[in-house]
Design a protein around this ligand. Structure first.
Ligand SMILES: Cc1cc2nc3c(=O)[nH]c(=O)nc-3n(C[C@H](O)[C@H](O)[C@H](O)COP(=O)(O)O)c2cc1C
Length: 402
């Protein structure tokens, strides 16, 4: 019995398994509006075998867009496009679909990444907008000095997160994840490196945490309990001057009392030039374990989890409740289906692809020699309970017996 393929629960959501597609910016929006690319990309991932797919970092206001290609969820046009995407994607599988809400803060207004691999600041002639931040400290040399947020500015952004959550609910998303990592606005309030304020929003750890806490409180107030609410957290700034894992666990405890359902533990990117240990397989899993041990929250691990056996071990040994994968899913958008075969777990295939299921295609064993056929192989085509994914069993012929 695979732990990875056991059913999971996040807040009010039941999930088919513990595999999550991690949010991945596509830099393919127009005016913050999702395009056909997004439906194709997300549609593919809905058929990956993951129990949960989380859409890319989506800004709660125009100033929070990272690039001209980032998505937003603060206009009716953006909401309509995402609502249509959700409706189409939900027809594809039983996977649940969530969205990550963000504000990029002082990292706003960079060039679109497919054009320039590393985000570089947009020059004014390319329509740069003014970034905002807790303190007026540029991300790096040559970047704009962000505007220091006023009390009203802070309140408006907290409200913008709640407003976008209302739109996400109307659009049909099952889950909202608040982006509190990677050096974006929330993380830059949390970290003493970027938050030099001396008012109620800076100074002590409690005051630096306040922005994140108030956002979670405001979103929780409008986000249904029947859905799930998560927070992508910075586990460490990887420098003694920055936030630490203990800070992250303290924040997670505070967010738990606000009604958060899960935390996903990422790290780094508060400022350039910090020496980070090279990313090894599962390098951030211990951070998720710290959340599991220190709080009652569900913990999601992310980062260099790429092999089915590795993902299985993380869940089976209780190091994390869920594993989130990003690049492995770009590499192989059928990752979950193949992982099921590798671990001997049963999984539903889209009916259109059922001919490629291990039990229906001898070539599967040729392409994936390590695959273990699931115990129920003979029944896969004729499941006892017919779901929308499975081909219905042929109708019984009327009995001729008396
Ligand atoms: C193309 C791409 C886009 C990404 N966009 C986001 C994003 O929108 N939000 C986020 O929190 N992380 C983002 N990430 C980081 C991933 O979600 C993930 O944390 C990271 O890639 C490590 O996981 P992996 O080793 O499975 O790729 C992105 C990563 C990639 C490769």
């Amino acid at each position: 019995m695979s732990a990875l393929f056991s059913q999971g629960r996040l807040g009010g959501l039941d999930l088919d398994n513990r595999i999550v597609v991690s949010p991945m910016c596509q830099y393919s929006g127009e005016r913050g509006v999702a395009q056909p690319w997004h439906l194709i990309h997300i549609g593919n991932l809905m058929m990956s075998g993951a129990g949960l797919v989380i859409m890319e970092a989506t800004s709660v206001e125009a100033a929070g867009l990272g690039t001209h290609g980032c998505l937003g969820l603060y206009t009716d046009e953006q909401e309509k496009a995402l609502g249509s995407l959700v409706a189409q994607a939900n027809k594809l599988s039983s996977a649940r679909l969530g969205i990550q809400l963000t504000h990029t803060g002082r990292k706003a207004a960079t060039r679109t990444i497919p054009e320039r691999w590393r985000g570089e600041p947009l020059p004014p002639e390319e329509g740069a907008w003014k970034p905002v931040a807790p303190s007026p400290i540029a991300y790096d040399a040559g970047w704009q000095v962000p505007e220091e947020l006023t009390e009203d500015g802070i309140r408006n952004i907290i409200q913008a997160f709640a407003d976008s959550a209302v739109r996400a609910d109307r659009a049909g998303f099952d889950l909202v994840e608040i982006h509190g990592a990677h050096g974006y606005l929330i993380h830059s309030f949390l970290s003493p490196i970027t938050n030099l304020r001396t008012d109620g929003w800076g100074g002590s750890a409690d005051r630096r945490n306040r922005f994140a806490i108030e956002i979670v409180r405001a979103v929780r107030a409008v986000w249904p309990r029947s859905k799930a609410l998560g927070f992508r957290m910075n586990s460490t700034d990887w420098t003694p001057e920055g936030s630490t894992l203990d800070d992250a666990v303290d924040l997670a405890r505070a967010l738990e009392t606000e009604g958060l359902d899960y935390v996903v533990m990422s790290s780094g990117n508060i400022k350039p030039g910090i020496a980070i240990p090279p990313a090894a397989p599962g390098h951030q899993v211990p951070f998720a374990t710290a959340i599991k041990k220190g709080t009652g929250l569900a913990a999601m691990a992310v980062g260099m989890i790429a092999k089915p056996e590795q993902a299985e071990a993380v869940v089976a040994s209780d190091e994390a409740d869920f594993v989130a994968l990003a690049r492995p899913m770009l590499d192989n958008p059928r990752w979950g289906l193949h992982a099921a075969a590798a671990l001997g777990a049963d999984i539903r295939y889209p009916p259109q692809y059922i001919r490629a299921r291990p039990n229906n295609w001898l070539g599967f064993g040729f392409v994936h020699p390590d695959a273990k056929p699931p115990a129920t192989t003979q029944q896969l085509d004729r499941p006892k309970s017919v779901s929308s994914w499975d081909r219905p069993a042929a109708p019984e012929k009327p009995s001729t017996a008396a």
